[in-house]
Design a protein around this ligand. Structure first.
Ligand code: GLA
Length: 719
């Protein structure tokens, strides 16, 4: 009875407060150099988001802000929109009311962390809202920690990492979705009253259909260089959900977090639940600036070895598939040397004896070398790589099992599969149950045993080709709802152990291409394989999509034989815009092309610091016609490189007239640059010409043409 009265009173007091000036008890300002998030404690003790926008010079002015919407909306109260938190309690009360208790601000790497503790005045739940502000990069992270201080267990039904609200006449959402081999396609829509959700339920290869990031333009659709835009992404290697809800008063709420689908989570007395980090930046100068904010932040603070170098490589997957033996691989290791790349990477197909991995139907789970393919084991290959002066990398897919394997025969209880049902397979395989600590040990040991036996393995490509299918865990017998979440936590435990024992071991995050593309995984993986599609035309779109959030440094891009109507140069130039690798053999190339590729590797090595660590400017969008151009500018603005492409018109389209010039960006306007075409097909360079930065950023350069599938690379050097 007492509770109902309280709730009603709160309901009556909330609505008039929304438009009023806050008579604040407490105001908490989370600031970067350009952005401020202002949270205010209302007279009713509850926390409201009063502002998210441009930082205002005089912090005292924030006191004049209207109170805004509740900062972490809870279920069961008087606001009828999608809640961030919904707790079910043992006594049957499904509501939560949160009031401000305390807050603290501490310094952390790159910025400041603000923690605001909220508590229910009737029940003993506590929610800590965490915000980290990275001042220079203008990036913020937000997550929550929910603690059960009741004597009985509670059940979390909804548990968002973050809730942000906006008030603008128009909202435009850009999402990035697709499918295998056509990942991260951008589509934009205006949001009107109601709810739009972007989520995934795939579990492991969670991002197969949709990437865990989005852009919200406020007022009008943002362009590369203009408009106010929020770019957000969730650091969670599993099911995620973004909810965008426009309410009756025109407010937009953006909720981000783990997808609560089939994931009600029980918390025993004293237990806490930490939600994943929602990472976001707000730009008032368009999408380009937002991307550069995230790229800088990622390299400095998030990605494993974010400031370190990356190895170019030769992979054998597309040139051999499963059909190789020791001799063939030794030849390829020699070819890696000849190409001038840093590493040879042996892909799928090297393991299994009872069920040799001669195709994707068997052998996954049995991580010993197939004796008749590799009679002298991996050791013979690492030895050869050493002799040739290249590093050796190895493909594994340790979370998975083929039903045709010794592992499945021995440990069916380790496999995620439903009782009393016929199994169905995705790529002929099933997922191991990483919620089970014994399975975590097993997966850790796959890496540990290989590294112990062959310390010269310098790199792993860690694949994950199946979503979770047949969802049921023997280990979680009474908590099936926990499996999606505990799986990801189990994966992180394994990756933590690997990182602790092998802190300098680089690994490529691969999930059939694009299936795992999130910033939490990148804490463990310095790079990721964003798509199996290496057709350079498609890849221009795919890399354009991922570059919205991820720097070139983490995007592996390989030259293959996909789309042979594109020249070797065109294919290489597209791959040079990421972390360059090759996945072909020398016989796929003419002598001229081979000479070109070797030259390109040298150019890439010289320009790597600019491409991987510089500022990226997307100049001409492939979405706007049959051309694309991107440039990278070194942090000191001394060096820059522009990649320009004429793209074959897609089916049914006429070749569109290119814009006259490509207008460059990011240069020093007052400096003079020597501009030269490099990386020509015949290995020559063009004549050097000089222009001011101002000219290049106003008039630009004529880099596009009516030619089909033609590319140009231009290097700029400040005089
Ligand atoms: C996935 C990866 C490929 C390759 C194969 C091997 O599809 O994305 O690069 O490693 O698996 O089976």
């Amino acid at each position: 009875m007492k509770l109902i009265t309280k709730t009603l009173l709160a309901a009556l007091s909330l609505l008039p407060l929304m438009g009023n000036t806050a008579s604040a008890k407490e105001q908490i300002v989370v600031e970067t150099e350009n952005t401020a998030l202002v949270l205010t404690v209302g007279d009713n003790g509850r926390l409201y988001q009063s502002y998210l926008g441009k930082r205002i010079a005089n912090a005292g002015d924030y006191a004049s802000l209207p109170l805004g919407l509740e900062a972490y909306l809870t279920h069961g109260m008087e606001d009828y929109y999608e809640p961030a938190l919904h707790i079910n309690r043992a006594d049957g009360n499904p509501s939560t009311l949160l009031t401000y208790k305390s807050h603290s601000v501490t310094a952390c790497k790159g910025g400041k962390e603000t923690v605001i503790v909220l508590a229910d005045p009737v029940y003993a739940d506590e929610v800590a809202l965490h915000f980290v502000a990275f001042e220079k990069e203008n990036v913020l992270k937000a997550w929550s920690v929910i603690t059960n201080k009741e004597n009985k267990p509670i059940e979390l039904e909804k548990f968002a990492s973050s809730l942000l609200s906006f008030h603008s006449p128009h909202y435009y959402l850009t999402q990035y979705n697709g499918n295998w081999a056509s990942e991260a396609n951008a589509t934009t829509q205006e949001l009107h009253f109601g709810k739009k959700e972007i989520d995934t339920k795939l579990g492991t290869r969670a991002n197969l259909f949709v990437s865990p990031f989005f852009q919200i333009s406020l007022g009008a659709p943002a362009t590369e260089n203009s408009g106010e835009v929020l770019v957000g992404t969730l650091g969670w290697t599993g099911n995620f959900r973004f909810t965008f809800e426009v309410d009756n008063a025109g407010y937009l709420r953006v909720l981000s977090g783990i997808n609560p689908y089939f994931s009600r989570y029980r918390l025993a007395k004293g237990e806490s639940f930490t939600t994943p980090e929602f990472i976001f930046t707000l730009s008032r100068n368009g999408k380009g600036e937002a991307s550069r904010n995230l790229h800088d932040w990622a390299r400095r603070y998030q990605v494993k070895d974010g400031m370190g170098d990356r190895m170019t490589l030769l992979n054998n997957w597309e040139s051999t598939y499963f059909d190789f033996n020791e001799d063939k691989l030794i030849t390829l290791i020699g070819e890696a040397k000849e190409f001038g790349v840093d590493m040879f990477l042996l892909d799928d197909g090297w393991f299994g004896n009872k069920y040799p991995r001669h195709g994707d139907t068997q052998g996954l789970g049995d991580w010993t070398e197939t004796a008749n393919k590799l009679p002298n084991g991996i050791g013979r290959l690492t030895e050869e790589a050493k002799k040739q002066g290249v590093k050796f990398g190895l493909w594994i897919e340790p979370e998975m099992v083929n039903p045709k394997s010794e592992l499945y025969e021995k440990h069916k209880d380790w496999v995620i599969t439903l009782p009393n049902r016929e199994e169905y397979y995705f790529r002929n395989q099933l997922v191991l149950d990483l919620s089970n600590p014994k399975v975590q040990d097993y997966v850790f040991n796959v890496v540990d045993e290989l590294k112990t036996k062959y310390p010269d393995i310098a790199f792993f490509k860690w694949d994950c080709n199946s979503p979770i299918t047949n969802i049921y865990s023997v280990y979680e017998r009474n908590n099936q709802n926990h499996l999606y979440i505990d799986y990801v936590r189990g994966l992180y435990k394994v990756l933590d152990r690997i990182a602790a024992k092998y802190p300098n071991l680089p690994m490529m995050l691969c999930a059939g291409g694009g299936g795992r593309t999130d910033y939490e995984a990148l804490k463990y993986f310095p790079e990721m394989w964003v798509s199996d599609d290496t057709d350079p035309v498609e890849r221009i779109f795919i890399q354009w999509g991922y570059s919205q959030v991820f720097p070139a440094k983490v995007q592996c891009a390989h030259v293959t034989t996909w789309n042979k109507s594109a020249s070797a140069k065109f294919r290489v130039n597209v791959a040079m815009m990421g972390k360059l690798g090759f996945d072909l053999n020398l016989h796929d190339l003419s002598a001229k092309d081979l000479a070109y590729c070797k030259q390109a590797v040298k150019n890439y090595n010289r320009l790597k610091p600019v491409i991987l660590d510089g500022d990226q400017y997307r100049l001409v969008s492939p979405y706007e016609g049959d051309h694309a151009a991107t440039m990278y500018v070194g942090k000191d603005k001394r060096k820059a490189v522009v990649f320009a492409f004429d793209i074959f018109p897609r089916y049914g389209r006429e070749f569109e007239k290119p814009q006259h010039n490509v207008i460059l960006n990011g240069l020093d306007a007052n400096a003079t640059y020597e501009v030269r075409e490099i990386d020509r097909e015949d290995c020559t360079v063009g004549e050097a010409k000089s222009y001011s930065g101002d000219y290049l950023m106003t008039v630009g350069l004529p880099l596009l043409s009516y030619n089909r599938l033609r590319s140009k690379v231009v290097e700029l050097t400040r005089k």
